[in-house]
Structures are given as C-alpha cells and as structure tokens.
Design a protein around this ligand. Sequence first.
Ligand code: IPE
Ligand code: IPE
Ligand code: MG
Length: 244
Amino acid sequence: MGIVNKNDLTPNLLRHVAIIMDGNGRWASKRSMSRLKGHEQGAKAVREAIKGCRELGIPFLTLFAFSSENWKRPDEEVNHLMGLFRYFIKRELAELKTAGVKVNFIGNINKLPRDVQDLVKLAASETSHNTDLVLTIALSYGSQAEIVNSARKLAALVQSGDMSVEDITEASLAAALDTVGIPDPDFVLRTSGEKRLSNFLLWQCAYSELIFQDVLWPDFNRDCLEKAIEEYYSRCRRYGAVSV
Ligand code: IPE
Ligand code: IPE
Ligand code: MG
C-alpha cells in the first residue's frame, strides 16, 4: 500500500481516521486477568495506531479513549483509567512533541481529576505548533452532549441579538462543536466486533464509512490499520449522488 499523499485531490482521499478502541476488558477476561490489565495493554495499541498514521502520512487521527457514559463504571476501573491517561501523557508528551504531533482533546474535560485536566492542557499547548498529525483524544466525550452544547451556544447568541435564527445552519452548528477545524472522519473503525457508535461523533460521521474489526483493542497493530485503510479505499462514497 502506498503512502497517503496529503496533497492528492482524489475525492476518496483518506485524511481522517477515527477509532473506537473497544475490547480491553474482553482481552483481559480471555486471559483470566483483571480488566485493568486489558486497559494497560490497550495503551500499547494506542502507540501503534499513532505511529502507523504518522508513517502513512494520515493527517488526522481521533481516538475514543473514554466516553461520558464510561463514568458509570466501577470506581476502581475509572481511577485506573485516569491513572493510565496521566501516565500516558507524561510518558509520551516529549516524543509526540518531537514527532510533529499536535495533541487535541474533545469532551467534558472539566469532569477529569484536576491534575489530568492540567496535563491535558499542557499537552495541547506544548504541541500546538505541530502540523504533521493532529491527534484528537476524546476523553469524557459524548456526542449528544456536544451537540446540545453547540445548540446552547447558538441559542445564547440569538438571545443576545448577536445572531439571527436564520444563521443557525449546518455550518454554524458544526463550527460550535468541539471538533471545529477538524475535517469529518473518512472512516470510523471499531474494534472488538461490536457494531455501534456508542455516542461517538454522531454529527461528524454523517457520511463516514464504518469499518468493524473483530480484533480486541490490545491486539490492534499496524496490519489491522492497513487492512482498514484497504477496506476504506474499496468503498464507493456517493454522498447521496450517483457514482461517476
Ligand atoms: C474499551 O474497552 C476501553 C474503554 C471503554 C475505556 P472496554 O473496557 O469497553 O472493553 P470491553 O468492551 O469490556 O471488552
Ligand atoms: C465505547 O466503548 C467507548 C470507548 C471505546 C472509549 P464502550 O465499551 O463504552 O461501549 P458500549 O458500552 O459497548 O456501547
Ligand atoms: Mg467496550
């Protein structure tokens, strides 16, 4: 498979890969290990995905790391995940910075422990000048809440007289989402065999290709990424029109 050329103007050009990283718990259960071990192994697969996208020249990668609904999990698991986010950012930041990765977070960051919030802000500011790969990490993220927030921002502008009702358009609503400035995903890949979006980028995925793989996230590797890309390029995107 050839390297993706950022300047290629073919309509199918792959610019943005979004991944629902699922199956850590099942990976651990299959090995009679605690779910927490599955999350630890999952962090290694995150490195594989970032490295793969960088090497293939894909400019945008979005990873679903923790959903707004994942707060419902047992405290022990949530605390362990927060510890992993803390460890991951501390450990990887220097390398991401030199590798040209711009780190960006979407979701309700205010719900995270204070020190994780500080790390998230630090990672974003320290890498803000990078341009090779925009890595967006969805943390405490829920798409329905994101859309509600966007609607509220527009409603407040209408209420204050700074915007008219007619100015509420698909473009203005999208511009008030957390993902402003990031193109819509070309494909969403979900691992673990589940076939649902689980409140991930519902607005942004209106025309994304959906790709499902049975691999459990901790086993995800470069080969899985390349297979997904191959599947993406075999699809015909029509956006409601007829194919040429
Ligand atoms: C995905 O793996 C990681 C997070 C949701 C944080 P899961 O923990 O959902 O793993 P399964 O689905 O239980 O196997
Ligand atoms: C979606 O996975 C969230 C992440 C991968 C971070 P879940 O495991 O939480 O989704 P459901 O509960 O199976 O829909
Ligand atoms: Mg799951």
